[in-house]
Design a protein around this ligand. Sequence first.
Ligand code: ATP
Ligand code: MG
Length: 871
Amino acid sequence: MKSQDIRNTFLNFFEEKKHSIVPSAPMVLKDDPTLMFVNSGMAPFKEFFLGNAQPKNNRLTDTQKCLRVSGKHNDLEEVGYDTYHHTLFEMLGNWSFGDYFKKEAIAWAWELLTEKFGIDKDLLYVTVFEGSDDADKLPMDQEAYDFWKGHISEDRILMGNKNDNFWEMGDQGPCGPCSEIHVDIRSAEEKAKVDGKTLINRDHPQVVEIWNLVFMQYNRKANKSLENLPDKHIDTGMGFERLCMVMQGVQSNYDTDVFTPIIREIETITDKEYGKNEKVDVAIRVISDHVRAVSFSIADGQLPSNTGAGYVIRRILRRAVRYGFTFLDKKEPFIYRLVEVLVTQMGQTFPELKVQRQLVENVIKEEEASFLRTLDQGLILLDRIIENSQTKEISGTKVFELKDTYGFPEDLTDLILRENGYTYNHGDFDKKLKEQQGRGKEASQLKSDDWTVLIEDEEQEFIGYDTLEAQVKIAKYRKVTSKKDGELYQLVFNMTPFYAEGGGQVGDKGYLENAQGDVVYIVDTKKENNIAVHFAKSLPKNVNETQKASVDVKQRYRTECNHTATHLLHQALRDILGIHVEQKGSAVHSKYLRFDFSHFSKLTVDELRDVEDFVNRRIYGKLPLQEKRNIPMQQAIDDGAMALFGEKYGDTVRAVRFGQSIELCGGTHVKNTGDIWHFKIVSEGAVASGIRRIEAITSDAVKEFYFENNRSYFEMRDLLNNAKEPVKALQSLQDENLTLKKQIDGLLKEKAKAVKGDLKNEITEVNGINFLAKKLDLDASGIKDVCFELGSQFDNLFLLFGAENDGKAILSCYISKELVASKGLNAGTIVRELGKHIQGGGGGQPFFATAGGKKPEGIEEALRFAQNYIK
Ligand code: ATP
Ligand code: MG
């Protein structure tokens, strides 16, 4: 069966069982503080399991793009070396939210695998949770065991421990026992030798888990105790690529039609063959895997960058480039050329790939090219490190610097060092790395108490579109502590006028005030699993009483100006540059707005002016806000709204319209574009290949901007003696400066020439060496000139010159090349040694080197030292 059909068979099977098929959620999470990427099928449904929102149907089925490269699930190091772990993979799932439970989940899984897919029962094993005798004292999952018994012979039901067979969402929240389904696809011969049972969960490449059925029946509280969940849920996840391996009768995920077209293309491009040499094979698997992860993430709007999720993506791509560089001898970009095959393969199921192919290719190509340059540079640096090393062990700190500062991967350094007969200090390297990781982690780690619930079953409502002030009740609260922010309280209200950070717009700030006039500041508002959480500096007194919640009006107004302007900017760019322009990210703050979009060249001055004009005309046109809340997605699309890739939309949406600008948007906006006053672009530049970024300001910030510009203009004019035409005045100052510089240069050269003439006569022969050590009154470049000039006139020359400039000392040493060769002298080593006399250091080449220091008094000493040395 083709992979495409396998996927459809799964979805259709559950559709027949009254499940609604839903599309994969974006893989990159935008508003989840705990997770960067979706790493399992359940992540997009967290809010349903927690009861914070209701799904349209309590039975759903889907295939979800998952990425396991960071945090709790990190398979990155396995990828390429084994044949069944990927960075990006699809997880097929069926979901019950408080509807069916173990009986149906088990029966249907069995029916699908053995009847629909026709997998031989003798290939399958299942596991059941055996219970635990730790603090939780959990019973064995007898229920699951009994249901399985109805389908599969008992000797194929294995007991599993808490590690494998008890699933938890995190430190807190829903959890429960699970049953895994494993396949044994070894040859009959192998099976006769070793019993399959003994290989389950033992990392055998042909005895692997394919499906995990999770039975959520408990809730883990912050104090670690468990309570029963009122509604029990089913969460299942089957690895699509592994299922394809079983269905297509092959022994590796990479031999399924999910991967073979990509692998064939790599073979063609690199002129290597898959299946001949283990190192080459690993490289090919790594690249065919990583190109998927990187392409999907770019299509979801996450570009490679230097921080957060973007950095994770950059690292994945660099890992792929590195394998190509080292094992496939590819020194120029080529991974981007695989995107075309991937699109043919996956574009139908994941249209975001198809539509954005050009962008994905451009970004990958640009990243590849720039990392290949880094690799080149890194190789040079590494060569130098090896050359200068006194011992065969390089310091771990140096290797860390290479990685940290130049992005040169540790494993590559390791490889090259070994090839040259060197090692490095792993202990020091690890220490440095831990120090760095620890710094980031500790600062942001959040420790949270259990929620104290004051109002059960709160139905939280956002009323902040219509009002900025309301009487609210605190529904629940908890204390959270982090090193970065110290102690804060998270508050959830029954309803709130505070906008929670999302869709690029920052969260509202403001305050709470009780009847006695006690005030508590709200410093931020964020969404967690679909609920607005307010961060307060302290816990309000009388938490049970009604509080007046007030949003910081000024900040909200400025933010709204920027948000509305962002929509107008989007419209302007599409109108002026063309409809290939797509939003690729935005940040709406109170002080400024930032907008990233796809476009292939720098905007010209005229284009920028046109864009500004376009937006400002709509601001002066005083267009009213027309919004439609809770309309079906399709209706909004029919009205002309555009859905963005990488955004997760609910079944109903809010459409925001100003004139001809229509967007799906949950953010807050001005009531009328006239409120914005004025729009001004402050910068335009590239973020990545094919992605541009505009930063702009509106309202008060524009006034501030013009005011500041005006002030510095007058200050400048003052400095130019109130010149009538300050630009001209400045220009002539610059010209004058240039002329003066030239004159000084000329004078210095003349001086050097004069000095040279005198010096010639001072050179004396010592032990067959033409030698001179002297303090000169020249600058560094003058001394260098003199050295090379004399060098061209004398053989066997050794020069050491000292000079004092602006209170600093310099020493320059010149040694004729024949002396370097015959006597083994090295100017670099010599100046480094002599540098000690002037409290400094330096280096250079064996025939010419310079040291700088902060103790000019030491120059004479250094010269004397050299004199004695030569004698
Ligand atoms: P494994 O022990 O093989 O790593 P897991 O216990 O991490 O699997 P789950 O978290 O239960 O797996 O995920 C559900 C299913 O997703 C697994 O049964 C497997 O088929 C698939 N899966 C998990 N991790 C990967 C991966 N890195 N690449 C491909 N498929 C995976
Ligand atoms: Mg795993």
